[in-house]
Design a protein around this ligand. Structure first.
Ligand SMILES: Nc1ncnc2c1ncn2[C@@H]1O[C@H](COP(=O)(O)OP(=O)(O)OP(=O)(O)O)[C@@H](O)[C@H]1O
Ligand SMILES: [Mg+2]
Length: 528
């Protein structure tokens, strides 16, 4: 009964308020209305001790409509912090359909706590504008988040809480994102408005530092170097350097240079930009590619010594001039040359600027990795410290590296054949790629695949040792023959010179006696 009375009273109150509001709108002078609204706002804020901050999903300026970074970060933050508390959630699939991320649904509210202070987040949506007949799909309403907190915590919330939310949100986005492997498009593939200088696929390489075979001390040093680099944002800005680091990986083919790049990307959770230097037209295009890369990425140039003849550029130019001269009068030759003229005009100085010039500071938290099989062929300017800060040599398989491979491939920590393998590895050079190939079980039916593979490896090592011995002998023989030949040639030339000298002396002697005969020079006194 009491309840029913209460509802009846409430109903009449609401009806009364609505009547008053309608009267106000109809009869109150239009010019005075803003003043009344302003004072009513002031009155409400005086009584209502809470502050509200809204963050719209889209920011708009006169050029374009863009999804707000702050909104995306808050969305991620709330998806991680609210999914256990909110009752209505939206599900979305990320990471290549592998996991589901839950976020707050529209018109849902959750509470959060920061340093003992309670705050409320609400997700809302403004109704869409009036529908008109349009070619485009119907516009969705404008979403926004509203944060409410007590005004006494204003400094704490504005000063640190919001920063904390954005930072956390961005970190969650990085964790959830799908990593990408980019490669540069040739410039003829950039189509007008939709031009993109890089194309990408999902990056999924299983290599990690655990599976990488190399000495554990060296591996630890590299992992430490990378992890320190990642946390050094403030340090880099303090010393006034762009937050980037260069690595030069060098060593024979099949020693794990490309695998190490994949392991680096997996360790740091970075994207990879694999730059194919030969299809970059010129230095300007190189700069454009650099600008289009994002932070938290590894920029890779593989086989830098083969990518471009950077040191031989001048020679090439001279040769080209000669060729041009030749083809001037020959129209067929000229046509052929024009077709080939797409070759890269990237210069060494362009590349040096790319690595550590002014432009290289755009974007941050970036690694630049060069790989090469012939470090001695590279220009010293290209690999000096500061450009390539860390030089890592990946070499032939040592016993420690073999043990990593045996553990990965055969699940073996020790075996009686390890001792012979150790001795053989010390005596011969075999790349980790070859060792790994021999450790792959070749048949399913073997009872003891581990022993079979190790025996295979021993055989391969012995063959390699024998081949190396034969090769060394052959080289020695060639060397000996060459030395012999050179010796003979020297002897022959020495003989010729002596002959010439003696005949020259004779001529001289004859000349002198003739002069004496003719009394031009005095005769020699008789010897006593
Ligand atoms: N250090 C290593 N640890 C583990 N696996 C390795 C290692 N080195 C080579 N491999 C194996 O050999 C294969 C080839 O290695 P990778 O492509 O990394 O060599 P690379 O040094 O980049 O050679 P290249 O100079 O020819 O590009 C890899 O797929 C990997 O399985
Ligand atoms: Mg490689």
């Amino acid at each position: 009964m009491v309840m029913a009375e209460m509802f009846a009273e409430l109903g009449s109150l609401a009806a009364g308020a609505m009547f008053l509001w309608a009267m106000f709108r109809q009869y109150f002078p239009y010019q005075l209305r803003p003043y009344i609204e302003k004072y009513s706002h002031n009155l409400v804020s005086f009584v209502y001790p809470y502050i509200q901050i809204t963050v719209q999903e889209f920011t708009e300026n006169s050029f374009r409509r863009k999804r707000s970074e702050a909104y995306a970060a808050i969305e991620n933050y709330l998806s991680a912090n609210s999914s256990t508390r909110a009752k209505r959630l939206k599900a979305d699939i990320v990471k290549d359909s592998q996991s589901v991320v839950l976020s707050m649904d529209d018109h849902e509210e959750v509470t959060d706590e920061f340093k003992g202070v309670k705050l409320w987040w609400a997700s809302n949506k403004n109704p869409p504008p009036m529908q008109t007949i349009s070619f485009y799909p119907a516009a969705d309403g404008k979403r926004y988040y509203k944060l409410t907190f007590h005004k006494q915590y204003r400094d704490l919330i504005v000063g640190s809480y919001l920063n904390h939310v954005i930072k956390e949100g961005k970190a969650i986005a990085v964790r959830n994102r799908q990593r990408k492997l980019y490669t540069n498009n040739p410039s003829q593939n950039w189509y007008g408005y939709k031009k993109s200088v890089w194309s990408h696929v999902t990056f999924e390489h299983p290599a990690t530092f655990e599976t990488l075979a190399m000495e554990s001390k060296k591996k630890e040093e590299i992992v430490n170097d990378l992890t320190i680099f990642r946390t050094r944002k403030e340090y880099y800005s303090k010393i006034g350097k762009a937050w980037k680091r260069g690595y030069l990986l060098h060593g024979p083919p099949g020693t794990g240079k490309s695998s190490m790049i994949a392991a680096m990307a997996n360790l740091l959770n970075y994207d990879i930009y694999d730059l194919e230097l030969t299809s970059v037209k010129d230095n300007t295009e190189l700069r454009k590619l650099l600008i289009e890369t994002t932070s938290k990425s590894i920029l890779v140039i593989e086989d830098i010594d083969c990518s471009l003849d950077l040191t031989g550029q001048r020679k090439k130019k001279k040769e080209k001039e000669e060729e041009d001269e030749e083809s001037k009068d020959n129209p067929i030759l000229k046509k052929g040359k024009e077709g080939e003229s797409k070759e890269s005009k990237v210069t060494l100085s362009g590349l040096l600027n790319f690595i550590d010039g002014l432009w290289s500071a755009c974007g941050e938290e970036r690694l630049i990795v060069f790989t090469t099989n012939h470090v001695e062929k590279l220009d010293p300017a290209l690999i000096r410290r500061g450009r390539m800060d860390k030089h890592i040599e990946l070499s032939y398989c040592c016993f420690e590296a073999f043990k990593v491979l045996a553990k990965n491939y055969l699940d073996l920590d020790s075996h009686h054949l390890f001792a012979s393998i150790r001795r053989l590895l010390e005596e011969t050079n075999m790349t980790p790629a070859d060792v790994a190939e021999n450790l792959m079980p070749k048949s399913i039916s073997t009872d003891d695949p581990g022993t079979a593979c190790l025996e295979n490896l021993i055989q391969a090592l012995e063959t390699a040792k024998e081949e190396a011995r034969v090769k060394a002998e052959k080289e020695e023989e060639e060397e000996r023959l060459k030395a012999e030949k050179e010796g003979k040639e020297k002897e022959a030339t020495a003989g010729e010179v002596k002959e010439k000298e003696t005949s020259g002396e004779e001529v001289k002697e004859n000349g002198v006696s003739a002069l004496r005969e003719n009394g031009v020079i005095p005769k020699e006194p008789p010897s006593t």
